[in-house]
Write a protein that binds this ligand. Structure first.
Ligand SMILES: *[C@@H]1O[C@H](CO)[C@@H](O)[C@H](O)[C@H]1NC(C)=O
Ligand SMILES: *[C@@H]1O[C@H](CO)[C@@H](O)[C@H](O)[C@H]1NC(C)=O
Ligand SMILES: *[C@@H]1O[C@H](CO)[C@@H](O)[C@H](O)[C@H]1NC(C)=O
Length: 226
């Protein structure tokens, strides 16, 4: 096999082998997507918090804590803990309103998102999630921390502003206007083309006659020369 073919084969084989050896590596493609920041009162909202392990980092166990600083306050309160796959809500304001939305069935947490049920305006403020991660290397353990911040604002049920209604009406008006204009333009062009076609037909008939008579003359000339 050519060297190119070999390296191409290797390119294909290596990830395939890695997958076979370490299925979770391929399943758990991790991306640190930022959380949404606007919730609607009365509805649910997912507070996103993702901290990916770097490539090469080994199996780990993580515990997660969430803190909340209400808008206008100075200090954070501890609202949620997730440790060894056991969730606990730590604050009355959130009693029965927080659900785990992060990594499931593993202590190796990379997604620590939580879900707020029935968001209220009092949930407005700053949320902070903390990862406490212990990486298990063959002969030692290594502790890392990571944290993310989410500034949450809560809006009333998504009502449509006047501006949005006006812009929708304008959209229809401009669409209909454009189509009418297109129609007028098409009719105009059609008429123009039809007229030009008649003219061309007339002209080409005249030309044909002219050519025909000319060639008759030529032929006459040829005959004379013979
Ligand atoms: C997040 O939690 C909510 C409420 O328990 C649930 O309805 C939703 O399916 C969960 N989403 C994910 C991705 O786990
Ligand atoms: C949300 O709040 C309403 C009224 O306050 C209540 O009827 C409903 O059961 C709550 N839903 C959840 C999921 O807690
Ligand atoms: C929001 O907070 C205010 C002041 O602490 C309290 O009086 C009110 O009941 C709270 N509202 C909700 C929906 O929890």
């Amino acid at each position: 096999m050519s060297p190119l073919g070999l390296s191409a084969l290797r390119l294909l084989l290596v990830p395939a082998l890695l997958c076979a050896l370490h299925v979770s590596l391929c399943k758990a493609a991790c991306a640190e997507v930022d959380s949404d920041t606007q919730a609607v009162a009365g509805q649910g909202f997912k507070l996103g918090c993702i901290s990916c392990k770097r490539r090469g980092e080994v199996e780990a166990t993580a515990t997660v804590n969430w803190y909340f600083r209400p808008k206008g306050e100075h200090s954070y309160i501890h609202i949620y803990t997730y440790e060894e796959e056991v969730p606990s809500i730590m604050n009355d304001q959130f009693e029965d309103r927080l659900d785990w939305n992060g990594s499931k069935n593993t202590a190796d947490i990379q997604d620590a998102s939580i879900y707020i049920l029935n968001v209220t305006f009092n949930d407005t403020g700053t949320y902070r999630c903390f990862f406490n991660r212990i990486l298990s290397y063959p002969y030692y353990e290594f502790q890392t921390t990571a944290s993310k911040v989410v500034h949450l604002s809560v809006v009333a049920k998504a009502t449509r502003g006047l501006a949005s209604i006006i812009s929708e009406v304008m959209m229809y008006v401009s669409i209909i206007g454009l189509q009418l204009w297109l129609l007028v333009e098409m009719i105009y062009c059609y008429k123009k083309i039809a007229a030009a076609g008649d003219e061309a037909l007339r002209q080409s008939a005249e030309e044909y006659l002219a050519i025909a008579s000319e060639s008759k003359d030529n032929c006459a000339g040829v005959q004379v020369a013979e």
